[in-house]
Design a protein around this ligand. Structure first.
Ligand SMILES: Nc1ncnc2c1ncn2[C@@H]1O[C@H](COP(=O)(O)OP(=O)(O)O)[C@@H](O)[C@H]1O
Ligand SMILES: [Mg+2]
Length: 368
């Protein structure tokens, strides 16, 4: 028996394409730790661009098939999937300004035209879903006017520690958290005026010890005001996720939010339609607010529909009880749908990062 070499394995794997990045795994430098045993057993790792990669099974099967086809003498084949989240900066108008969060690989803004569409619910569950996939995740409650993250994580009246003049984010369900709600009395509504809101927002970004993060998610207030502008000016935002409900799609607020992100050069990762349908006990979907609104809107705007989340008591209960529904009801349709949406968000980011690093459009924002 002739021993298989590492080079032969790489040659075989040159035939496996990364379906989103449209290049083979070897050119993308994704193959690591090749080992060949005495019995010609083969093992190697594929380093994905996100642990939330929706193509995991596909890639693993394609690798095994390629080895089987090109190296029939191979024994047992073990494909390990690892990940190292990429960062492409963004092609936003951030330009060459210093980045106050150089250790954060990807900044995601979750926005909407209107309040009450479930933006915070989606932001929270996206964050927990990404964290559960293995990513390092932070979440900023940037809705200074109606912070809801303390309630949604069961952390009302908690205060962050201060260490070396930095606020230490609270941490729950694997997500690092910061909210204006942790810094002010909860029943003491603050009437932020424009400049005050901007400076409070700046504090949440620069005076917090965020550490190394793969994804930092901003739960933005509804609309198109100072907070959104401050974010765009301060940070290289990788992309925005727009949240809407089917009955709101028709309203001009959603289009306004899309236009605003375009104006400040924040790329649109796509749209999540919340409260899309009600899942009946027999498994059929009741589109109580009409079907296909989000899809139509996304198409018209030229953006991706990232996911559709059902309406349901357990979604609301999760928010009220301080346990996000992905934690409280891990087997539910809502969890499945948010996990799919989270994978889709991560995937869109990986695709953007690959293009950004190819065209080198944001060379100041380098990967570690
Ligand atoms: N898919 C859903 N099904 C049922 N209730 C939901 C759903 N999404 C959000 N809600 C509820 O709607 C209300 C508003 O949601 P929230 O996330 O606070 O909206 P926003 O941040 O856009 O103002 C909350 O009570 C929340 O629990
Ligand atoms: Mg909210």
């Amino acid at each position: 028996m002739t021993a298989i070499t590492g080079t032969q394995i790489l040659e075989a794997l040159e035939n496996v394409m990364e379906p989103d990045l449209k290049k083979d795994l070897v050119s993308l430098n994704m193959i690591k730790d090749i080992k060949v045993g005495a019995d010609n057993s083969v093992s190697f790792s594929v380093e994905l661009t996100t642990p939330a990669c929706p193509m995991k099974d596909h890639i693993r099967n394609a690798c095994t098939a390629a080895i089987r086809e090109h190296l029939p003498e191979a024994g047992e084949i073990t494909v390990n999937l690892t990940s190292k989240v990429t960062s492409g900066g963004s092609c936003s108008g951030h330009g060459e300004k210093p980045n106050p969060l150089p250790n954060v690989k990807n900044i995601i803004a979750v926005g909407s035209g209107k309040g009450g569409v479930g933006k915070s619910t989606i932001a929270v569950n996206l964050a927990v879903s990404l964290a559960r996939s293995g990513a390092k995740v932070g979440l900023i409650d940037a809705d200074l006017y109606g912070p809801s993250i303390p309630t949604m994580f069961g952390l009302v009246n908690k205060r962050p520690e201060v260490r070396d003049k930095s606020l230490i984010p609270l941490e729950k369900y694997g997500v690092k958290l910061m909210s204006i709600g942790f810094l002010i009395e909860s029943d003491n509504p603050v009437l932020w005026r424009g400049p005050m809101a901007s400076s409070a927002m700046k504090q949440l970004i620069t005076e917090v010890a965020w550490g190394d993060l793969d994804y930092l998610i901003f739960d933005l207030p509804p609309g198109t005001g100072d907070i959104q502008l401050t974010l765009a000016q301060m940070l290289p935002v990788c992309g925005a996720v727009i949240v809407t409900t089917p009955q709101n799609v028709a309203l001009s607020d959603v289009a306004k939010a899309v236009t605003m992100f375009r104006k400040v050069n924040i790329p649109l990762l796509g749209l999540i339609e919340n409260m899309s349908y009600y899942l009946l006990p027999d498994g059929t979907k009741d589109y109580i607010f009409g079907k296909g609104g989000g899809e139509k809107f996304a198409k018209a705007q030229g953006i991706t529909l990232l996911g559709s989340i059902p309406i349901g008591g357990m979604v609301r209960e999760g928010g009220d009880s301080g346990k996000p529904f992905v934690v409280e009801f891990p087997e539910s349709e809502a969890t499945e749908s948010i996990n799919r949406a989270a994978s889709e968000v991560a995937r869109q980011i990986s695709i953007r990062n690959a293009t950004a690093s190819n065209s080198n459009c944001c060379s100041h924002h380098t990967e570690e």
